[in-house]
Write a protein that binds this ligand. Structure first.
Ligand code: HEC
Length: 512
């Protein structure tokens, strides 16, 4: 009984939602007769034969006109994750993704084909033979109706019309909303985005469409429906596994998103994990570090860094057959940790933690006359190289995803002219250059698609970039299996004579 009531509420909630969801399924003029007939089934439950389509739910037979696909799977096929059971994303791109999918029960299934799609609609059995949850009705319809429905489902949601009109392309720009984040940073980014988009638009836009930036904060629930594509910044990856909006961000943080496995998400730099692991590769190739004895990983005990420390430890083990000692650092145990016997002047310490604690830790080590080699990733950790004890000056190595030599004078001149004409803010220049570089990449990909733009084609266009350079970041290459554009991690140390950082090595980390 409870079950049936629940199903009823579920169907009701789907219906309510579908009635307020705008139709994003693309303009009908472009559809073939078969697709149009399929659309009528999907959106109205009406087929083209005299035999009415029926839906069967938990043994109850009803006309399909009251069990329309659109009620549960939405107009664009992305499904409706509200409520207990979530109606699947049924867009063709999603159903046929090469690695298949997973049921709520955890059972995996391979990518759909037209044949298995017909089967699941009529029998509720997926390509692996799993029975779907009974919240998905099974349907009785003629072969012709079924073919039409499948024809429509192949174009459903692919229209790419989200955030796209004949004259505009809406780009969502993610801005960080961390409490401690100074607002001036977001202001600097916004000004740069406006300036860049204005320049593109004044020069005729992209095949007569203008770029329309739309800013949102990463603390808001991300609304996929609004943007043709997204870029920007964020502590957390905003794209979950089911997201279909093409996106370009700086680097993947596998801990909070779907990592490099989301077909729609592209990154400029290697993932945070790779930036960390490059330090291990560096320690193996560097003459100074090669033969060092004991290895520890010192991490500050917040969730993310703890997880990074753990993966780093596994990576070290895989590469060296030695398991490093993991030590958790907090403001109360700095002295105690510095005294640990595995840490001495000839040992390696991988540091995964905040800059502040890192500096205190180095001072404490210095006080007791220990100067181990320190390796740390500038993207998730840090030590202040300009204010560290002298004894450490030649013993600290930091990894970065880019280096000053990747900047070309032409691109810097472009920045300067944007600056002159738009009075950009003078601070947060690195962030300004990063967003500028991402916008240049997006512009290039959009131009390569041409006037017949769709989200799917934009993704294909990304996948065609080979050693593409904006002159502001390392060149990027994407293909079917590569979502991190650059594979280079730069290892730097402090040069006390020049009082600046110097490049020691470039590590090639080939991620998928
Ligand atoms: C009352 C809500 C509801 C209606 C109406 C509905 N579905 Fe579903 N559908 C679901 C739910 C819930 C699931 C997920 C079931 C599961 O994961 O076990 C699902 C799953 C699917 C799947 C399987 C995708 C996968 O992940 O394996 C396809 C394909 C599908 N529906 C197509 C359709 C079509 C086509 C129609 C209309 C002819 C339709 N659905 C009508 C709720 C519905």
């Amino acid at each position: 009984m409870r079950n049936i009531l629940f199903l009823f509420l579920f169907i009701l909630s789907c219906t309510l939602i579908s009635s307020i969801t705008p139709d994003n399924s693309g303009s009908s003029e472009k559809l073939t007769p078969a697709e149009l007939a399929g659309k009528k089934i999907y959106t109205e439950g009406i087929g083209s034969s005299d035999v009415k389509i029926t839906a069967n739910m938990s043994g109850v037979k009803v006309p399909a006109t009251v069990m329309k696909c659109i009620n549960c799977h939405k107009a664009d096929g992305t499904g409706n994750p509200e409520g207990g059971i979530s109606p699947s994303n049924v867009t063709w791109a999603y159903l046929t993704r090469s690695y298949g999918g997973k049921r709520i029960s955890g059972e995996k299934y391979p990518a759909y084909t037209e044949q298995t799609l017909r089967k699941v609609i009529t029998t509720g059995i997926d390509p692996a033979g799993n029975k779907l949850h009974n919240a998905m009705p099974t349907y009785n319809m003629t072969r012709e109706d079924l073919n039409n429905l499948v024809a429509y489902m192949k174009v459903l949601g692919k229209a790419g019309d989200v955030g796209l009109t004949k004259s505009t392309i809406v780009i969502g720009i993610a801005l960080n909303s961390e409490q401690n984040q100074p607002n001036s940073k977001n202001e600097a980014i916004k000004k740069m985005v406006q300036a860049y988009c204005n320049t593109v638009n004044e020069n005729g836009g992209i095949y007569n469409r203008t770029l329309k930036p739309s800013f949102f904060s990463t603390s808001e629930q991300f609304e996929e429906k609004k943007y043709f594509m997204v870029t920007g910044f964020g502590e957390k990856e905003i794209l979950g596994e089911n997201n279909t909006t093409p996106s370009l961000f700086l680097c993947s943080n596998e801990l909070t998103g779907s990592g490099l496995n989301n077909r729609n998400a592209f990154y400029v730099y290697p993932s945070l994990t790779a930036q960390n692991q490059a330090l291990v590769d560096f320690s193996k190739e560097n003459e100074l570090l090669k033969k060092k004895g004991e290895v520890t990983i010192v991490y500050t005990n917040d969730n993310d860094r703890k997880a990074f420390a753990k993966t780093l430890s596994n990576y070290y083990l895989a590469k060296n057959n030695v398991l490093p000692t993991l030590l958790a650092l907090d403001s109360d145990n700095i002295q105690e940790l510095a005294l640990t016997k595995q840490i001495h002047s000839n040992s390696l310490v991988f540091y995964v933690g905040s800059t502040q604690l890192g500096n205190q830790f180095l001072k404490e080590l210095d006080n007791i006359g220990k100067t181990p080699y320190i390796l740390t990733s500038g993207s998730i950790s840090g030590v202040d190289l300009f204010n560290m004890p002298k004894a450490f000056q030649k013993k600290v190595f930091i990894s970065y995803p880019t280096w000053i030599t990747e900047r070309s004078s032409a691109s810097i001149r472009l920045y300067q002219s944007l600056n002159r004409e738009n009075k950009l803010l003078s601070n947060w220049k690195n962030s300004q250059l990063n967003i500028m570089s991402m916008l240049m990449t997006l512009e290039e990909c959009l131009k390569r698609v041409g006037s017949d733009l769709t989200q799917d084609k934009l993704i294909g266009s990304f996948e065609g970039l080979y050693e593409f350079s904006t002159g502001l970041a390392p060149p990027v290459t994407y293909n079917l299996n590569k979502r991190a554009g650059s594979s280079s991690v730069y290892i730097a140390s402090f040069d006390p004579i020049a009082n600046q950082l110097k490049l020691v090595s470039t590590i090639n980390c080939s991620e998928k």
